[in-house]
Design a protein around this ligand. Structure first.
Ligand code: PMP
Length: 446
């Protein structure tokens, strides 16, 4: 038996340093929005394991389904035969798809693999090779998905060449476009439309462009909701040029933003949609969905994978869908989201803390607060304010929260803290988390 400190030393010695960590704790138990370390230190979880345990840690219905499935059939390689949960999961997903045309599925293990599967399908279906991705996007760390990731250079630095045929265009976010945070959505969309138009004229002809891939709310890029108007514009451009629109719902799916899928806030139809994380509340399964016409372009046997669509993960997925459909999740998301919004907005207005904060963004239980950065090239209207703020505010706030038993994440871009609590978080837990967070920002502001 080791103490937590001994395990941490062991981990530092034998786990690659390429894997970063917030803290060297060893977690042994999770329930709802709480986690406990091997030494019984409790954490309030505002990460959900990066948007995975939407229904809380160890949801009893999911644990029961998994236990039962583990006793019946653990592995059925999907190229050998279907398993019952594989088909049951599809049966549950079909009626909640954002568009009835999305009726042909393929399951994978991780978000990154699903992203790459979507790229293959799009290239094969269109016979074209280029993919347009958004600045600030995150689609994964494997070669193909990392090539589409534009949130941080670390995912591709010194490890190239990456997958070719990737072209980047600005997301309608003030940082991407080099304008002030007070720029209207209308104006941001107009500028981002213009840039995409130029990309299609100067960098990749529509006839060479297989797909445009976008997150409906950028995740690692800073929790930036995409204005519905921009998504409608993408749909129009894609229709006009027979380009496929790939919607990456890996982080935003399964009620994270208050709807089953975030694309439903706009009503835009995806040609291909990618999902993972919340689908099975912690069991590793991802997938893509498209119309039969698109998905069946792939030759028989060209898609598959040893663990893809594992029966235990599918059973977890089925149980999770049952809870999503009956658990009043949307109501809780709306109520807790409003509470979070009021705290973040009050911090952004307060005379004690407003000088640190440049933006707040919330859709459902994807919330972000962006701090001013003295090193940001983008000072615009805040040049003088930015010079007076400390460095790395987000990291300092995060440290205060961690010290007080709240797990919380920053994002890759800029100085942003993001909030991703389980969707079932209680009013009391939200209040506790927001109070720890408020104290942390006030401490850093002193
Ligand atoms: N797409 C998005 C939008 C994501 O947020 C992530 C993971 N954070 C991925 C893809 C990659 O998923 P995974 O880590 O399961 O490979």
């Amino acid at each position: 038996i080791h103490t937590e400190a001994e395990w941490a030393e062991f981990g530092k010695e034998h786990v690659t340093h390429g894997l970063g960590r917030l803290r060297d704790h060893v977690m042994v138990k999770g329930r709802g929005a709480e986690l406990w370390t091997s030494e019984e230190k409790r954490f309030l979880d505002f990460t959900s394991g990066i948007g995975v345990v939407n229904l809380g840690h160890c949801h009893p219905a999911i644990t029961a389904a998994v236990t039962q499935q583990a006793d019946s059939l653990v592995h059925m390689q999907c190229s050998i035969a279907f398993s019952a949960p594989y088909l049951q999961l599809i049966e549950h997903l079909l009626p909640v798809m954002p568009h009835p045309s999305l009726d042909s599925f393929f399951f994978w293990n991780s978000g990154s693999e699903a992203v790459e599967a979507a790229v293959k399908v799009a290239r094969k279906y269109t016979g074209r090779q280029n993919i347009i991705t958004m600045q600030g996007s995150y689609h994964g760390r494997t070669y193909g998905s990392a090539a589409l990731t534009k949130s941080k250079t670390i995912y591709s630095q010194n490890t190239g060449p990456m997958m070719s045929g990737v072209i980047t265009t600005p997301f309608p976010y003030w940082h991407s476009l080099g304008v002030s945070p007070s720029t209207s959505e209308e104006e941001l969309c107009r500028m981002a439309f213009h840039q995409l138009d130029l990309v299609l004229k100067q960098q990749t002809a529509p006839s060479d462009t297989a797909a445009i891939i976008i997150e409906p709310v950028q995740g690692e890029g800073g929790y930036v909701p995409c204005p519905p108007k921009f998504l409608h514009y993408l749909r129009e451009v894609c229709d006009k040029h027979s380009i496929l629109l790939i919607i990456d719902e890996v982080q935003t799916g399964f009620y994270r933003t208050g709807k089953y899928f975030a694309i439903q806030h706009s009503g835009v139809r995806p040609d291909l949609m990618i999902f993972a994380k919340g689908i099975a509340n912690g069991f590793p399964i991802s997938g893509i969905v498209g119309s039969k016409k698109v998905m069946n372009c792939m030759p028989v046997g060209s898609m598959g994978g040893t663990y893809a669509g594992n029966p235990v993960c599918c059973a977890a997925g089925v149980a999770a869908q049952e809870v999503y459909k009956t658990g009043h999740i949307a109501e809780n998301v709306a109520e807790r989201s409003a509470e979070m919004r009021s705290v973040l907005e009050s911090l952004a207005k307060s005379s004690k803390t407003s000088h640190l904060i440049i933006d707040t963004r919330i859709l459902g239980l994807m919330g972000a607060i962006e701090f001013r950065s003295p090193s940001s090239p983008l000072t615009m209207e805040g040049i003088s304010q930015n010079q007076n703020v400390p460095k790395d505010i987000g990291k300092r706030v995060q440290k205060c929260c961690l010290d007080k038993g709240m797990l919380i994440l920053t994002t890759s871009c800029f100085d942003t803290i993001r909030f991703i609590p389980p969707l079932i978080i209680s009013e009391k837990e939200m209040e506790e988390g927001m109070s720890i967070f408020r104290d942390a920002v006030e401490t850093v502001a002193k």
